[in-house]
Design a protein around this ligand. Structure first.
Ligand code: ADP
Length: 316
């Protein structure tokens, strides 16, 4: 069955990137100048924005995507795939002359090492003017989520529109990049992994104590909540009022951890859009991410809500 976007307003709006991932598998990575014969090739939709939109939609949120997508080559296909997940794409700016983002990924089947070339394409062109066109969608949401694969002035404008309407803002500060003060000032939830937290705070983040110190330094820059994801160690949830709370991860056999953070953020956004308390929304994200890492693939591995425990089902 193919899902279609409904006419209900979106409770979660994702402002972010969309890419086509082109993945080759070969016994090892080629040396410079070398040609290897590969074993397999897979093309799959990706980009942190699209991944998080799919994660939230699978968990039952009504999701809209705000982005700029070049529809040359694979762009139209990418938008259709998002629509087939039930994500609203009417607020996406399209450009028939531009290329979408492409990630060329080489994976070594012996050892699992990879090399990636990422060409941002139209993701780099998302502007504050594009975001302004999506004002009504942003202001009707409960939660607006963004990552750092699109330009920060566009995100800052989206967050300013959201905050003016009382909509919660979540910044997943990935990949690790310096964040503009203007954007951070509009960020209520800052979500990042331990490496990104260490880099952003300019502090070490090898131990839980160091992560806690880094999170406290980040809290002092303005967000109300800082969430540091720790892979198989779970999550550190920090706020000025509640202090730091360590929420351990579910124990699973990890098969493929790529995209764990995106599934987590999609789940967190879904829980917050349903009005859940911070720790409960974090648990929803963790449960979804734990299931996703126990399966191969990124979007293909993201669970549907019915696969999660009874206490994580929507509360009416
Ligand atoms: P990222 O993909 O951004 O590096 P993490 O690796 O920290 O993010 O993973 C995000 C979340 O996914 C974690 O906080 C955890 O809840 C869950 N997760 C990741 N890896 C595992 C694992 N091996 N077992 C259980 N849960 C995991």
């Amino acid at each position: 069955m193919t899902a279609t976007a409904s006419s209900k307003p979106a409770s979660v709006v994702v402002v972010g990137s969309i890419n086509m991932d082109m993945v080759s598998h070969s016994p090892r990575l080629p040396a410079p100048g070398e040609t290897l014969v590969g074993e397999a090739f897979v093309m799959a939709p990706g980009g942190k924005g699209a991944n998080q939109a799919v994660a939230a939609a699978r968990l039952g949120a009504e999701v809209a995507f705000v982005s700029r997508v070049g529809t040359r080559q694979h762009g139209a296909e990418l938008l259709a795939a998002l629509g087939a997940e039930g994500v609203h794409t009417a607020a996406v700016a399209t450009d028939a002359t531009a290329l979408p983002g492409i990630a060329v990924i080489m994976v070594a089947s012996q050892g699992g090492e990879n090399s990636i070339v990422y060409v941002p394409g139209s993701n780099a062109q998302l502007s504050a003017a594009d975001v302004e066109q999506a004002k009504a969608v942003l202001q009707a949401a409960r939660v607006v989520v963004a990552q750092l694969e699109v330009p920060q002035p566009a995100i800052a404008h989206a967050f300013a529109l959201a905050r003016a309407a009382g909509v919660t803002t979540i910044l997943n500060a990935a990949p690790a990049l310096p964040v503009n003060a203007e954007l951070l000032a509009q960020t209520q939830w800052l979500v990042l992994n331990e490496t990104e937290a260490g880099q952003m705070a300019g502090m070490p983040s090898a131990s839980l104590e160091q992560v806690r110190a880094a999170a406290e330094a980040l809290l002092a820059r303005g967000p109300g909540q800082v969430v540091v994801t720790l892979g198989a160690q779970g999550v550190l949830l920090c706020s000025a009022q509640q202090g730091a709370q360590h929420l351990p991860a579910q124990r699973v056999t990890a098969v493929d951890t790529v995209g764990a953070g995106d599934t987590f953020v999609g789940g967190l956004a879904t829980g917050l859009a349903e009005g859940w308390a911070p720790a409960d929304a974090v648990r929803l994200g963790q449960a979804a991410a734990a299931l996703a890492v126990s399966r191969a693939g990124v979007q293909t591995a993201m669970p549907r809500r019915a696969e999660l425990a009874a206490e994580l089902q929507p509360r009416s």
